[in-house]
Design a protein around this ligand. Structure first.
Ligand SMILES: [Zn+2]
Ligand SMILES: [Zn+2]
Length: 306
């Protein structure tokens, strides 16, 4: 059994799904943000400015910045409703229509009577978006918070801006708990770049699709035909009998993870293939893989459901 990202036709396209510009609190104009991602070898990006009233509820038109070999997907970071800690929700929505209706979110403080996080996430999904719970660790999400966003396709397993800016990059802990509850979530790494800090070009998705078009990329994202990375390449992740077989760029550790404490690592030098026995995964119904290179950079597969 092979993860669908490695069985699907097409090739991998590299993209950043979470980015800000001067249309909200980012430092660079949309055109320059797109130019930089293209110059760095990205195949696509989504500009996802903060969808709040003080910024005019931006869904920035990035169509003029598409170019040969580089596309953009419209999107926004949505904000409405309070989390358990009383702060405002941050929900990433990639693939929004340009006329997505404004929420009643004047600024970064929750407002009584506005849509809940769950409601605005569901509205974004209904409008065609790929939706992710943003930066769980930085937000201080509880498990109940995360569980409430029933429409979400994904969780940010890694947010580079939150890593560099405040040492709170993680989404794996809460994602694993949700997977263990049976939620079929996928895992995205993003930059959340504002270009105000070294918060860019550090976490991305590799999406498998026959073409680099917004429509095809969105469908592939929703199907889970992608993996996430800070550097390492994943070439195959498959279950063969009682082991997970991983083919990848040179790695020092290949780890298979499942529910509860289930995990098993295989370590070596410049490994491009590893076989991880499943015996230590305690019959977990799902298995995901993390690959770590000699520089400590990681790549993460989406879960395989057994
Ligand atoms: Zn955010
Ligand atoms: Zn953001």
């Amino acid at each position: 059994m092979r993860h669908s990202a490695f069985a699907a036709p097409g090739r991998f396209w590299r993209g950043n799904l979470h980015t800000h510009s001067t249309r909200s609190d980012g430092v660079l104009a949309p055109e320059e943000v797109c130019r930089r991602y293209r110059a760095e070898g990205y195949d696509f990006m989504a500009l996802t400015d903060h969808f709040v009233g003080v910024y005019g509820y931006p869904i920035v038109d990035t169509l003029p910045f598409r170019a040969e070999g580089f596309t953009t997907i419209l999107g926004a970071e949505l904000h409405s409703g309070a989390m358990a800690n009383g702060e405002l929700w941050h929900i990433l929505a990639v693939g929004l229509p340009a006329d997505f209706a404004a929420s009643d979110s004047p600024d970064f403080r929750p407002k009584p009577g506005q849509e809940s996080g769950a409601e605005i996430a569901a509205r974004a999904v209904a409008a065609g978006a790929f939706v992710a719970v943003a930066h769980p660790q930085w937000s201080g999400l509880t498990l109940a918070d995360a569980r409430s966003i029933e429409a979400a396709h994904a969780v940010e397993i890694y947010n580079h801006g939150c890593a560099m800016g405040c040492d709170r990059p993680d989404g794996a802990a809460i994602a694993d708990l949700l997977l263990t509850e049976g939620r079929r979530l996928t895992l995205i790494a993003t930059d959340d770049a504002h270009f105000s800090e070294p918060d860019h070009f550090g976490g991305w998705v590799m999406v498998k699709s026959t073409e680099n078009s917004p429509e095809a990329l969105l469908e592939a994202l929703k199907r889970g035909d992608f993996y996430s990375s800070q550097g390492p390449e994943l070439r195959d992740v498959r279950i063969e009998g009682d082991k997970v077989v991983v083919e990848c760029s040179a790695a020092v550790s290949v780890v298979a993870l499942g529910h509860g404490t289930a995990a098993k690592g295989v370590h070596g030098h410049s490994m491009t293939r590893a076989e991880v026995p499943l015996a230590r995964l305690n019959n977990s119904p799902w298995v995901r893989v993390a690959v770590i290179d000699a520089a400590g950079r990681r790549a993460w597969s989406n879960p395989i459901w057994l």
